[in-house]
Design a protein around this ligand. Structure first.
Ligand code: SF4
Length: 381
């Protein structure tokens, strides 16, 4: 589960943690819980993390992590990078961190995020880590703690073990280091915790690794509105921000203060895939594409998902009777079964009803009005 990835907007995934719980409506078709409850059911990271509800696996809140000394934890240090990086030849490779979970789940120790963060500094210049969450308020809390070094003085204080670190230091950054030690478990007999050496170690690491992109998922306007304030603060702290509008389940308009980020931000948009996928209105994507274009903000159209309009073959549906809000199954010439839908549940403002076709993800493709959108944020030194 760590290595090159077919996900269109990254080069690789890195999974050292598992398990999650439902956060919002966009979690319904979560592929991570689907995989965790089926093909990866016996994998140590995912065993016991899902419960069957109405025949489908659903994350039950049990969180897991690989043992501290598992080699996957240091995989980014060894990885030489993608053969053809998405950002271009000679550019850093992108690593999507924890696509099978949420690193910033509120019940997970921030010690794991600390380990990821410290890895980022060590792979700077070679890799960019993409951290995506539905819990940006926890991500912000982490960053604030990392940037809090006020309480540390200039004296040499070495401390071993989480209790000693907390007793000797009171800054947010040292607290995260203690959390990180907590995630290690007790050292084996004869071994010791790594020492926290404020004067020689993390003191010198800058406030912000430049090779971390911080992302949030928002599947429609209410989720965006709830999550944007925390992300806006992270953007103001200088981070590159990305929005995953996938799977889109309702319309979304980006506010001016998001669009003002320009090439320091990115929008990734896409429809739903999987057996129970629902269609998305194409105008939801067009609105975002046009807003991004007007603001010179990178737009990445990942996929239509199961339902699309831009398929590479034409389907004459004009003579069919299609009912508002219903899905019909039709047998087309050549015995191909397709489904039609009019996804106009809440979108009367978007114009007349529209017919979408369930082509399947592969055929539906990822071109929007004939164009593939692959734009990425700028890489900053
Ligand atoms: S937060 Fe992400 S990983 Fe967790 S259930 Fe929702 S979609 Fe899945």
């Amino acid at each position: 589960m760590s290595g090159p990835s077919p996900i269109e907007w990254t080069d690789a995934t890195w999974n050292t943690i598992g398990g999650c719980s439902i956060r919002s409506a966009g979690c319904g078709p979560c592929y991570a819980q689907q995989l965790a409850g089926t093909r990866l059911y016996t994998h140590p990271l995912y065993a016991g993390t899902t419960t069957r509800l109405k025949g489908k696996p659903v994350f039950n809140g049990r969180l897991t992590a690989l043992p501290f000394d598992h080699p996957t934890w240091t995989w980014p240090l060894r990885w030489r990078g993608a053969r053809a990086p998405i950002l271009g030849p000679g550019r850093p490779s992108l690593i999507f961190v924890g696509d099978m979970s949420d690193l910033f789940h509120e019940a997970r120790s921030l010690g794991y995020a600390m380990r990821v963060w410290m890895t980022a500094y060590r792979v700077a210049g070679r890799h960019i880590l993409q951290l995506l969450t539905k819990r940006p308020e926890v991500m912000l809390d982490f960053v604030r703690r990392w940037q809090d070094v006020e309480a540390e003085d200039g004296d040499i204080i070495m401390a071993n073990g989480p209790l000693d670190v907390r007793a000797a230091h009171s800054s947010g950054r040292s607290g995260l280091f203690a959390d990180y030690l907590d995630t290690m478990g007790a050292p084996p007999a004869g071994a010791a915790y790594p020492a926290y050496d404020w004067m020689e170690g993390p003191r010198w690491w800058p406030d912000r690794p430049t090779n971390v992109w911080l992302g949030f998922s928002a599947e429609r306007q209410p989720e965006f509105n709830a999550r944007w304030p925390a992300m806006r603060t992270l953007a103001a702290l200088g981070f590159t921000i990305f929005l995953s509008y996938e799977p889109a389940i309702g319309p979304l308009n980006l506010p001016d203060d998001f669009l003002a980020l320009g090439r320091r931000a990115q929008v990734i948009a896409g429809g739903m895939s999987g057996r129970d996928a629902e269609p998305a209105h194409p105008d939801w994507f067009r609105v975002l594409r046009d807003q991004c274009r007007g603001a010179s903000l990178p737009f990445f159209f990942k996929q239509w998902g199961e339902w699309g309009t831009d398929a590479p073959f034409s389907v004459d549906v004009s003579a069919r009777r299609v009912y508002r809000g219903e899905i019909q199954t039709l047998l087309m010439p050549g015995s191909r079964t397709i489904k039609l839908a009019i996804p106009t549940r809440d979108d009367d403002a978007l114009g007349p009803p529209l017919t979408l076709v369930r082509y399947g993800k592969r055929i539906a493709g990822r071109s929007l009005d004939g164009v593939e959108h692959d734009e990425m944020p700028e890489v900053r030194a």
